[in-house]
Design a protein around this ligand. Sequence first.
Ligand code: ADP
Ligand code: MG
Length: 354
Amino acid sequence: MPVKKIVVCMLLLVLCLCAGCGEQSDVKKSDIVLDTAVTLTARGEDAQAAIDESMARLRNIDNMVNPNVPASDVNKLAQNAGTGKWVALQPETFKMLVVAQDYARKTNGAFDVTTKPLVDLWGIGTDHAKVPTPAELSEAQKKVGWQKLELDEGTQSARLLQKGMGVDLGGVAKGFAVDEVRKIYARYGIKDGLINLGASSMYALGVNQEGTAWRIGLRHPRKEDAQEKMAILPLTNEALSTSGDYERFFEAGGIRYHHIIDPRTGWPAKSGAMSVTIVAADTVEDGGMLTDILTTAVFVLGPEQGARFLRGQDGIEGAVTDGRYQLWTTGDLAKELVDVSPDFHFWQESGEGL
Ligand code: ADP
Ligand code: MG
């Protein structure tokens, strides 16, 4: 081989190797936090450090909202319920409560973190789940009501006005946590990654390893296998949450009793919804937390009322499945969803005639 050709070949080889050096691969870590299988993925020079700090932050948030942690904020609130005493809270818990109360007001109590006595009574997802008696239900319902949770901005404190009350942040904390991890990623300069809290709340940053939008599978609500998808949604720089009646439930007498309670009836919500997915644009402040709250709220409100409620929320779009296998969508979601299972047909919420 002539010398010139050899030199060209060597140059090409060096170029190829250098191109390879520049490519960074995803760093991934999984753990159980906030009662959820969390997987954090990040790409960038400081990906490992960002993930390690994020996992520590998730555990720190868990300690504030976990009723099994004796010194958690939610435990302190429950212990002091009805005493008149104000409980000083961590700023994180206080913020969750402020936004939760805002949406309790906006949804007329469909979303209500004081639903805890009912959540505990039904025990869905525990080994003592049961259909309560009417007497038990009405007793628990007396201890529910977002108007009986007071917040004091100046001292970052809260109090519950009645003995036996409690707050359950199961419908807020994962979304809040997603926003917190996102802030950590930003501090470490992470531009691409996936923050995934058990598919229930997530945030997709930038692109995946192939250089395209992250592809998020939306679970088919009536297939036992969690891998069976109803649709795929490409996601980039957006938050997404999903709530479904398949997550935690038990069946008795052919009826499915699930973990999303309608505080107004005391029963698992019978709104006609099977699952709700909400997406928030990058521009929406606290997008992760809002999508988490809204999935539960819309599930309780039901497909029609819920979709109508979503239309009034800037930067937010949603998809709701109902028992007739209709998929109600708002915003541009109908155009963005791909590979929709043949089981579902679309119903674009127009706001007219409903
Ligand atoms: P997931 O944990 O799968 O994300 P959701 O976001 O739908 O589920 O939140 C459901 C949880 O929120 C329940 O397990 C319970 O702890 C709490 N919860 C149930 N009903 C309500 C409600 N109407 N308003 C606020 N929180 C609720
Ligand atoms: Mg949720």
